[in-house]
Design a binder for this molecule. Structure first.
Ligand SMILES: N[C@@H](CCC(=O)N[C@@H](CS)C(=O)NCC(=O)O)C(=O)O
Length: 350
């Protein structure tokens, strides 16, 4: 029997300190700015690597669609299920690329059957896995995460932090955007958006992972209480107004939406966030349906097949047989009641 070389832990599942999940800070933080000598905005220069399952990556993709940058920034979409990235050499597991015509993959215990449908292979670098891209950029130490914004000219990673990438797409590429007037981070609402992020990110977006990846009861219960207190707070806010900052849809809403849409299909069961489903919160549920149905850039980012397959099949320690729970689907196209609040267009007012 061969002994596999031990590699440093490199997946989100290993980011645990004292039993509690602690997300690592993103390692690539270069900025794209008009006039920047190193990374200026340019057409056809940057490529975005994403997963349909990943809530962080999908808000980047949604911002591309909101701004009409599909012909400016190219994309690849990984296979939903994690695999060994250096089979026979080490034990790292992570994102791999797949072609929709590939035969289905199993989980790492040999169970399940997971199609590559809707994936887009890496036609830029021909990488087989996301780890290849980090190694190509000289990064052999980090967590091999998506999203990655890749510079085709210098063949390196520009940035792997979704909070930065959405800002680049929202404002730096306006000269190439089909909809330069769309602004999801309006000047006058920035302080409010940042205040919302200060509790929505740790307690809700990251909060669900802190529940699901906890390794002690105490850490799980702390994350669980913080999550549901924050959801109650958002529910209360949305009982009085259309969106989180008032009548206008902003990045704060995009951030919250990405967690809400994954909550009932995955997190309730898989991350044990089972105090209340989103479809049991009248305001959060109708708010989520409105965003899904009415924001033209959002629906294409929601691929429930990839979302369910990814979480349920990728961590063989948490779900040995890779079985995907069957129930209970929500009708996302059912009518919503948000017309009762005023609505202000999310395009720039000039
Ligand atoms: N800070 C990053 C976090 C990205 C992140 O954690 N992505 C997850 C997928 S949802 C990932 O790629 N994980 C790879 C791993 O855990 O090995 C961002 O918001 O862009």
């Amino acid at each position: 029997m061969t002994t596999l070389r031990h590699v440093k832990p490199r997946t989100g599942l290993d980011e645990v300190v004292g039993g509690a999940f602690k997300r690592r800070v993103s390692s690539w933080k270069n900025q794209i700015k008009p006039g920047d000598p190193k990374y200026p905005p340019e057409r056809d220069r940057y490529h975005l690597y994403i997963s349909y399952a990943c809530p962080w990556a999908q808000r980047c993709y949604a911002t591309i669609l909101f701004k009409g940058l599909e012909d400016v920034i190219s994309i690849s979409i990984v296979h939903p299920t994690w695999q060994y990235t250096r089979p026979g050499q080490d034990e790292h597991i992570g994102w791999v690329f797949g072609d929709p015509s590939d035969p289905p993959l199993t989980n790492l215990n040999g169970y399940g059957s997971y199609s590559a449908e809707f994936s887009i292979p890496d036609f830029v670098n021909g990488a087989k896995c996301v780890r290849d891209l980090y190694e190509l950029a000289g990064d052999t130490d980090g967590k091999y995460s998506v999203p990655i914004l890749w510079d085709k000219k210098n063949r390196t990673i520009v940035n792997n932090e979704s909070a930065d990438i959405v800002q680049f797409f929202n404002s730096a590429f306006d000269e190439f955007a089909k909809y330069p007037d769309v602004d999801l981070y309006p000047e006058e609402l920035r302080a409010q958006i940042e205040e919302l992020n200060s509790w929505i990110y740790p307690c809700i977006n990251d909060g669900v992972y802190r529940c699901g990846f906890s390794q002690t009861q105490d850490a799980y219960e702390k994350a669980f209480d913080e999550l549901f207190n924050a959801l109650d707070r958002a529910e209360e806010l949305l009982s009085k107004q259309r969106f989180l900052t008032g009548p206008r849809f902003t990045m704060a809403d995009l951030r919250l939406f990405m967690t809400l849409i994954r909550f009932d299909p995955v997190y309730v069961v898989y991350f044990k966030t089972n105090k209340q489903r989103i479809d049991e919160y009248p305001n959060l549920f109708n708010y989520m349906k409105e965003i899904y149905q009415q924001m033209p850039a959002v629906k294409p980012t929601v691929n429930l097949q990839h979302i369910k397959i990814h979480y349920l099949s990728s961590h063989p320690k948490l779900n040995y047989y890779g079985i995907i729970p069957k129930g209970r689907d929500v009708d996302l196209d059912a009518p919503h009641d948000r017309h009762r609040f005023p609505y202000e267009d999310y395009k720039k007012k000039r």
